[in-house]
Design a protein around this ligand. Sequence first.
Ligand code: ADP
Ligand code: MG
Length: 485
Amino acid sequence: NPSSGLTGSQQVRLSSLARDLACMNGLLLKDNPASSSSGSAAPDRCMMAPITLVPSSFSKEAFNQAVELQALFNSLYHRVSRDHNFLCRVIPPAAESDSFLSALWDMYQTVRQSGADQPITLALNRADYMLDEEAGLKQVEINLMASSFGGLAQRLSTVHRQVMSAAGVSERQLAHRLPDNRPAETFGEAFIQAFKLYGRPEAAILFVVSPDERNIFDQRTLEAEIYAADASSDSPVHVPQILRRSFDQIASSARLEESSGRLYLADQEVAIVYYRHGYSPDHFSDPAGVAWSAKLLMERSRAIKCPSLAYMLANTKAVQAALCEPGAVARYLPGKSAKVEATFVDQCVLSDSRAHRWLLADPEDFVLKPQREGGGNNIYGRDVVDFASRLTTRQSAAYILMRRIRPQQQVSLMLKADQRLSRRPEMPLCVSAISELGIYGALVAKNNSERLNCSAGHVLRTKSAFTDEGGVATGFSCIDTVYLV
Ligand code: ADP
Ligand code: MG
């Protein structure tokens, strides 16, 4: 593990280098408005994103396994999203006592009944795993919406390579241990391919964003890579514009041309709606329902939504658990399901009788999850029993119970923006940590026909072994990359 071999003076020297390189390469987050005394941060104030000083060691075999699985996961979820009967079976019971999921389900049905069609798919996914000490590579979840950190991970690979080189690791070793990592570049290429399939060269790309996004440089990296992918493609289309708009802004300027199904913002047609926002109930909390109306308008259009409503539904934890039923994956990936299923841990809906048995046997071995995205929603260990005992059967259908993955701990050297309060601010924080591997994947399809399906690089998120939840923006995790061993 690269972290364990460094002396104190090396750590000081490399930390100073890594901090400079991180800022130079745009490994930044916008300042948190809540942390400033006025409650609103100056628009140009940034801080270094939390990163590890050096990459963390990760099994080469398990890493390659995850990379190889990615195209299968991309296909699997594409097919699930197109299986209306399956969604009809899995979603309504989970949605019954979950008002957010229920609103998405209603919108999905409304749009479906209106006959609106989105023939082209652009999927930008990230499959998350932990390497269990005993059981090997195990899936935490898959993200089909707003999969983040591809831009920062790509930049961090550049920084980690230079830091390792400064630590005296040979070029030959680096080529061998640090995999090529360009998630944002690959996503940019997928954008251009989908854009060309849409066939309206004058149209724009719309990023749906939070009005106070902190992880903006991750998104800006993707914007830059879209332009770059276009410029270096065989027949550049000169994508006219990438617009960034909040639901509010969209509501006040979007228009649907009913005859053609085309979406316009003012007079600008939109080819692709890329959601980096709108995966959580609090993104729709305005009492007038403006965000919901803006979403419905976009969903009723023929613009490519990344992700579509069907993909959002396929992305629920309820679907993840349903795919663990025997034979479920094989229906979508005939002959290829075993490799995918090998990464699944025990999980089921909390209302299932198995859940009751598991909790009686050993609650510490489980995680309880609602149908939510974005971190901070899970319940762990003993709290699960208490929590579960207060739910009705109907309510418990909205949760899944999942066996806990137990990754090996290893030393990690972490750099956070504000270490001034620590006793030795020039030193990295030395933490006993665990890592979660994210493998990016891109898929472009026209109806059932896949035009692009590939894996697209990785990110590690490394956190203290003593915190249950992850989350980079929440301050728990650092962005990290792999050192293959
Ligand atoms: P979210 O959609 O909120 O990101 P996740 O399923 O990724 O939900 O769970 C959030 C975090 O909880 C993960 O990043 C991981 O740290 C932890 N976690 C989730 N499931 C498990 C599990 N089965 N075993 C161990 N940790 C888990
Ligand atoms: Mg997650």
